[in-house]
Design a protein around this ligand. Structure first.
Ligand code: ADP
Ligand code: MG
Length: 260
């Protein structure tokens, strides 16, 4: 939507990013921008570099070339190419905190209750007041529909409930954007829907999100912009209606016909 946010820097801007694992070049110059309130979906075949792009974006992985800007502020690097690493530890923490990830396999801590899982990082990483965090954590667990599960352990929950707990945990950091890596792929179809509902509710709240997904219906329903990655390059991108309704590249057409 046009308005004030057009004059603000994007929440996240990735410019011409290159990333290799040894001799394997996984990202070959990828640019993606998410403005405040944008939902950007990343689609593409397995191995096309989607997870790598998310992990580079919040500095879980190093990249060798290109820029990453968080709220207009470029990541500061030391070294070049294979020797390039983030230079400012506080900036790394700020970006990881503000670009909160939700993983395919939930990655909840098995030895902690659901409430403790949600409270852990705000208390230990951000040093926030425990009581304040607990109030927020309980409200978030209510919001994702598992307010009655505060005291149970992850193993006692269904996959869909675990993933909703993981979303509450990501939100507890009060991030500027959420990064989802195939949030529904590990779930049975009937459990996918409960997670999709939560993601749609977040999109309706104008949250900034980047979502890697194989669920084309989810991508079509929530995205402002869809990016199709192929072998480490953007093959095609655009608004969901256009991309799904009138794909131009043969590769995207093939990909879409194979996933429906
Ligand atoms: P996607 O998420 O689109 O399926 P990935 O980003 O996971 O793709 O992987 C892209 C490519 O990078 C694949 O060829 C994969 O095997 C390779 N790759 C991913 N992670 C590593 C790693 N830690 N070490 C070496 N190669 C990796
Ligand atoms: Mg992946």
């Amino acid at each position: 939507m046009a308005g004030v946010t057009d004059t603000l820097p994007p929440v996240l801007e990735i410019r011409d990013l290159h990333k290799s694992y040894g001799a394997l070049e996984v990202l070959k110059g990828v640019s993606v921008t998410a403005r405040k309130g944008d939902v950007v979906s990343l689609i593409g075949s397995s191995g096309s570099g989607k997870s790598t792009l998310l992990r580079c974006a919040n500095l879980l992985e190093d990249s060798q070339q290109g820029d990453i800007l968080f709220e207009g502020e470029p990541v500061k690097w030391k070294g070049k190419g294979p020797n390039r690493h983030p230079a400012d530890r506080r900036q790394v923490i700020r970006m990881r905190t503000n670009l909160s990830m939700v993983f395919q396999q939930f990655n909840l801590w098995a030895h902690m209750s659901i409430l403790q899982n949600v409270m852990e990082a705000p208390v230990t990483v951000l040093g926030e007041d425990r009581e304040k965090v607990e109030t927020r954590a309980r409200a978030l667990l209510d919001k994702v529909g598992i307010g009655d599960k505060c005291d149970v352990y992850p193993a006692q929950l269904s996959g869909g409930q675990q993933q909703r707990a993981a979303i509450a945990r990501a939100l507890a950091m009060q991030p500027r954007a959420l990064l989802f890596d195939e949030p529904t792929s590990a779930l049975d179809p009937e459990l996918q829907q409960e997670v999709v509902r939560v993601i749609k509710a977040l999109a309706a709240e104008d949250r900034t999100m980047i979502i890697v997904t194989h669920d084309m219906r989810l991508a079509a329903d929530v995205s402002d912009h869809v990016v199709f990655l192929h072998q480490g390059l953007i093959e095609e991108e655009g608004p969901p209606d256009r991309l799904f309704g009138a794909p131009r590249s043969e590769r995207l057409k093939q990909f879409l016909s194979a996933t429906v």
